[in-house]
Design a protein around this ligand. Structure first.
Ligand code: AFP
Length: 313
């Protein structure tokens, strides 16, 4: 499908784009239903009192009322979709059975990633993974679609259903209209986004970052995975990393909720995503809460990461 002209993009909404791209009917409806929750979550952000909910999630992290309400919005939206088998989110300890077990798709969510930034008014986001079959058996390449919604000055939504990565903007009429189609990253970018404390980086990671510094990369790190990845996506290149660090060799970010969806989107845009040695999409999760180091972005930066990480003593 050739790219839609700039003049026409504003008339192409999400549903029409997915139909034109040949996305399978149930998947089209599912992506649409999830995208719609972005409006409700955004309304919650606007009305939030930003007080901690006094709860803790399974990771022992305090939960904002927003985290929980965003999760409830997503779960209830999916419960009435009719074609979702299971739902799992970072805010709940277990997989939730939504359907009667023979539905095609299961959904993972980080309902409000970066929620600790809400009080700073920085952009935050929702990360969605759509998998074929049961979540407990997710293996290599079981992810069939992914999306993220960025709550910033504009609400934007980036999705892929395996036919390229595309961005939509929520307009005043409450429609997601096409803004960037078939996003393709350059082989090499100019920004890097560095998670973890420098004092805790392992030697091979530090060497990699120092190499990038000799090449003049500019630091772009907000503390929100969604806007940090979105910057690499929209600027067409660069690298985000949250590495293994001393005392946390698995890094911080969750494989099934955060890393696989973003890896799917970035690879559909011609980029790469690895844990330093293995492609993120090839890792079979051993548990719902499995974490992994991540190097994600343009080909050149990821190949260099593999080179430096393979020198591990
Ligand atoms: P919160 O959801 O607790 O704000 O954490 C955000 C996050 O999971 C991810 O969005 C960021 O990339 C990463 O943590 C930032 O971690 P640091 O605060 O350690 O930099």
């Amino acid at each position: 499908m050739e790219n839609i002209s700039d003049a026409t993009k504003q008339f192409v909404d999400l549903r029409r784009h997915m139909w034109m791209a040949g996305v399978e009917t149930e998947l089209r409806r599912l992506i649409w239903q999830i995208a719609v929750t972005g409006k409700y979550i955004s309304a919650k952000i606007h009305e939030s009192n930003r007080k901690l909910a006094g709860f803790e999630n399974i990771y022992g992290e305090e939960q904002l009322a927003l985290d929980r309400s965003s999760d409830q919005i997503l779960q209830s939206q999916l419960e009435y979709s009719g074609f979702v088998r299971e739902y799992a989110s970072e805010e709940q300890p277990d997989i939730i059975q939504i359907g009667d077990g023979d539905e095609q798709y299961s959904v993972t969510a980080d309902p409000l990633d970066g929620s600790s930034l809400v009080d700073t008014n920085l952009a935050i986001g929702t990360i969605i993974g759509i998998y074929r079959g049961p979540l407990a058996q997710v293996g290599e390449n079981d992810i069939v679609a992914a999306m993220y919604i960025t709550y910033g000055p504009l609400i934007t939504m980036v999705y892929s259903a395996g036919k390229g990565t595309h961005e939509f903007v929520l307009n005043r009429e409450g429609e997601y209209v096409l803004s960037e189609e078939n996003i393709i990253l350059k082989d090499k970018g100019s920004i890097y986004s560095l998670g973890g404390l420098r004092k805790d980086w392992l030697p091979e990671h530090l060497e990699y970052i120092e190499f990038l510094e000799t090449e003049g990369y500019k630091l772009r790190y907000s503390g929100g995975f969604v806007p940090d990845i979105n910057q690499i996506m929209i600027k067409r290149g660069g690298v985000f990393t949250y590495p293994a660090v001393k005392g946390a060799e698995k890094g911080k970010l969750r494989l099934i909720f955060e890393l696989k969806p973003m890896a799917f989107l970035i690879e559909q845009a011609g980029g790469r995503a690895t844990n330093g040695t293995v492609d993120i999409l090839k890792i079979k999760p051993e548990s719902l809460d499995q974490r992994s180091p991540i190097y994600i972005g343009s080909k050149y930066e990821i190949e260099k990461a593999r080179e430096f990480l393979s020198k591990k003593e």
